[in-house]
Design a protein around this ligand. Structure first.
Ligand code: NAD
Length: 340
């Protein structure tokens, strides 16, 4: 019997779906861990490595895996993998480019409604024993202006979801495609107009040097008093200190945040208290704590992508990435020029 290809998967994203993965990759020697990949425990016989964004695949791990011929990541992002090190060995890195923009758009909408109707605080109150609506008055979305920063795949899905609410939708994008306006019923405006006219601003641009802290104190000062901010994109788009300031000043009435800058530091908050962090990072941590504790924010743990359907799609594309590679076709390889 020919030797089966050794595939080592870190299945932190979906630990319960190990059986599904093994069934779909029956012809392979699939080894599953529910922990992030660790240089001390990874099997040196690994030929195909399956990883997620919480494992740092650095040059040392790649050097240890002498038989490695493919990396598959169960994510769209691949900045957790040392691409220079893999390229030197000619190892492809296959990602999941597209698993459900509507999944994230639906979550942004959920955060928006949770804020506008104070759902979280209402639920909390009832569970704590008080059945009283006073102080829970929200606002209608109908007639409000929603500003979408980054009208790409998720942004446009979010705009489509707004169609039934009777809102006016304006958008800002660094690379506008005029034809999208008529198709999806929104208007491109300048960044200053978006900041000044939006009752709700929803962020859907990637984190780039050009988008880092795009929502800073200067931007917040230009916003309509009473604005609500939704962020399901990346934490680094918002300067947390400026947002805390905006909330305290009463300019920002509420924020729904699925992502926070430096959110990885929040995973083990007790450990963090005893570690020594550079002052800038410590400040980010403190501002995150202020945002989490703030009475007018809703913070969720980067879970906008997390539906049964999206996770299954991520797993299915990953399985296809493995089987296509074995059949001689490399798909979704981010080491190739189109991804630079
Ligand atoms: P996309 O590339 O389709 O769209 C991004 C849009 O942002 C594009 O239209 C682009 O032109 C625009 N853009 C780029 N630079 C800009 C700038 N400087 N100013 C304004 N607009 C700019 O990406 P997408 O699939 O819509 O995803 C958007 C982001 O959502 C991702 O980059 C990712 O960070 C985030 N995301 C979050 C989750 C989650 O679970 N919270 C899941 C998936 C994606």
């Amino acid at each position: 019997m020919p030797k089966k290809t050794v595939c080592s998967f870190s299945l932190t994203l979906t630990p319960t779906l190990g059986g599904y993965l093994k069934k779909k990759l029956r012809g392979y020697d699939v080894r599953i861990s529910t922990d992030p990949i660790d240089i001390n425990t990874i099997d040196p016989q690994t030929e195909i490595l399956g990883t997620f964004v919480d494992s740092k695949i650095d040059a040392a791990i790649i050097a240890k895996l002498k038989k490695l011929k493919l990396i598959v990541t169960l994510s769209t992002g691949f900045d957790h993998i040392d691409l220079q090190a893999v390229k030197k060995r000619g190892i492809p890195v296959c990602n999941v480019p597209d698993y459900g923009q509507h999944t994230v758009a639906e979550f942004a909408l959920a955060l928006m409604l949770a804020l506008s109707r104070k759902i979280f605080w209402g639920v909390k109150r009832v569970k704590e024993g008080s059945y009283d609506y006073h102080g829970l008055r929200g606002f209608d979305l109908k007639g409000k202006t929603v500003g979408v920063y980054g009208a790409g795949r998720i942004g446009v899905h979010f705009i489509d979801l707004l169609a039934g609410f009777g809102t006016r939708v304006i958008g800002y994008d660094a690379f506008p495609h005029k034809e999208l306006q008529d198709k999806h019923g929104f208007t491109y405006v300048s960044m200053n107009t978006l900041l000044a006219e939006s009752d709700i601003i929803s962020l859907h641009a990637p984190l780039l040097p050009s988008t880092y802290h795009v929502i800073d104190k200067k931007a917040i000062k230009k916003m309509k008093p009473g604005v609500h901010i939704i962020n399901t994109a990346r934490g680094g788009l918002i300067d947390s200190e400026a947002l805390v300031w905006g909330l305290e000043e009463g300019i920002v009435a509420g924020a729904g945040l699925d992502v926070l800058e430096g959110e990885d530091l929040l995973e083990d908050r007790t450990k963090m208290l005893y570690s020594t962090l550079p002052p800038k990072l410590m400040k980010t941590v403190l501002m995150n704590e202020a945002l989490i504790a703030h009475p007018r924010t809703i913070v969720t743990p980067h879970s906008a992508f997390n539906t049964h359907e999206a996770v299954t799609r991520i797993l299915d594309t990953t399985i296809e990435n493995v089987t296509a590679f074995t059949a001689g076709t490399v798909q979704h390889d981010v080491t190739q020029p189109a991804h630079k």
